[in-house]
Design a protein around this ligand. Structure first.
Ligand code: SF4
Length: 450
């Protein structure tokens, strides 16, 4: 007789990149030069990510690397440092082989915390220092209701932005307040109107479910209010309460009740969007079926290209080579974040990787499996075999058997495709962590939030 293993709790962690930055460690004396690190890496389809670690307010749920209320002199110093880093990195990439960027993104924080002139300068850094042709590649930019002003959007549109992503979280004022993101509905509507007027082709709206006081009715209200703007994309995020964030110390319902409520709201949101002409790209991402990029397996925020390199600039950005993922120090607490940003703005030598995680063959396999499986399109086993010489079942037999026993795999997937079913997608945040290696688990467990 076979028994179904007990299912883990559904909301453990959002695996948007593997390994998580909390598994990175200072590289100390072993810190490699970027020139050594990038020698021999493919450079003809790189992704470029520029990180702006500034916001006007700190949302209660946010554990991203960002500080609030940065004065103008700091944003100038930050852009100066970004420019120095871009020069050093471009120099390290060399000119022996062609260097080409296939996609770019400005994230944060809130990149539109910068003024219109500063955004223009940011685009110049990407183009003139790094050599990215922003007008020719997809360019995604994150924004917020109060910073999505007409002058900033005009700069971004003129420089080739193809996607604007705005965090609304909830169209219900009390819920926005409960998530420690106070905002007026009229301001949100005005910002969405300006984004539509900017004619940037893709609008993404982020919403959150699981907020205190949120019900099926109010969730439906927020979904419909977002749908009124016919966004090309919608991200539905479960609320997490994480260490050192504004929600950290708040009393809440029992974990079990909260899990059940979030799962119910997830299913409601998913079904509603599928009914309204959206396709599901991952647990969080939905795309309008007639939008640009519809039918593509991946979403722009779900960086899942398992083989291509990534260049991250800015003090919270990660960079990926085949052998090392690297970044700078990471923190969430306000004073630590300030210290790291200040150190970054004083840095003159950007020629080395400072903090990172060495990728082994096993870690690369895990990353490939994880990031493919967490997309609704799934994993083509032939692609995996041609990269690693083995089948996923050879490398992760027990894990895949467990996922099958939990009812997470799609039994009707065509031959050669490993894909999650609806319950697997719903449990993405439980499934992802089950594929973490012992080394990554140990690194994450030893990390002390700061
Ligand atoms: S959720 Fe976005 S806007 Fe809010 S504090 Fe975090 S980075 Fe800033």
């Amino acid at each position: 007789m076979t028994t179904t293993p007990p299912a883990p709790r559904p909301y453990q962690s959002y695996v948007y990149a593997y390994p998580h930055k909390t598994a990175y460690r200072p590289l100390g004396e072993r810190r490699p030069s970027l020139r050594t690190l990038w020698a021999g890496e493919p450079k003809d389809a790189l992704s470029l990510y520029l990180h702006i670690p500034f916001c006007e307010v700190r949302c209660g749920f946010c554990n991203l690397f960002t500080r609030i209320g940065a004065p103008g002199e700091l944003t100038t110093r930050y852009l100066d440092a970004l420019e120095r880093q871009a020069e050093a990195v471009r120099d390290a990439l060399g000119d022996e082989e062609p260097v080409r960027f296939a996609a770019a993104a400005f994230g944060g924080g809130t990149p539109t915390y910068l003024t219109a002139d500063e955004l223009d300068r940011l685009c110049d850094i990407a183009e003139k220092r790094m050599g990215a042709d922003l007008a020719a590649v997809p360019l995604s930019v994150e924004t917020s209701p109060s910073t999505a002003t007409a002058d900033r959007l005009a700069v971004l549109a003129a420089r080739g932005a193809t996607r604007l992503s705005i965090g609304v979280q909830s169209f219900v004022a009390e819920e926005a307040k409960a998530a420690v993101r106070p905002q007026r509905g009229s301001d949100v509507a005005a910002a969405l109107g300006r984004i539509r007027d900017s004619a940037v082709p893709v609008l993404n709206i982020d919403l959150i479910y699981g907020i205190g006081g949120q019900t099926a009715r109010t969730w439906r209200y927020s979904l419909d209010a977002a749908l009124d703007w016919r966004p090309e994309e919608l991200y539905l995020y479960p609320l997490y309460v994480r260490p050192l964030t504004g929600l950290d110390r708040r009393v809440r319902e029992s974990d079990r009740e909260w899990d059940a409520r979030r799962l119910a709201l997830y299913r409601q949101g998913r079904d509603h969007l599928l009914d309204r002409g959206y396709e599901q790209v991952s647990m969080r991402m939905f795309r309008r079926t007639d939008a640009p990029g519809a039918g593509e397996a991946r979403g722009p925020d779900d960086y899942a290209c398992q083989t291509d390199g990534m260049i991250g600039l800015g003090c919270g950005a990660r960079s990926y080579t085949s052998r090392l993922h690297y970044s700078f120090d990471y923190a969430v607490g306000a004073s630590e974040v300030r210290g790291i940003i200040d150190d970054y703005t004083r840095t003159e030598d950007f020629g080395h990787a400072e903090v990172g995680f060495a990728m082994t063959g096993d870690e690369s396999r895990r990353r490939h499996l994880l990031q493919s499986l967490l997309q609704a399109g799934g994993l083509a086993t032939e692609e995996y075999r041609s990269r690693f010489g083995t089948a996923p079942e050879d490398d992760f037999g027990p894990e895949l058997a467990r996922f099958a026993a939990l009812g997470w795999l799609d039994r009707d997937a065509p031959a050669g495709l490993l894909r999650l079913g609806p319950e697997g997608l719903a449990h993405s945040d439980a499934l992802g962590p089950e594929l973490f290696s012992p080394a990554v688990r140990a690194g994450m467990a030893a990390y002390e939030p700061k």
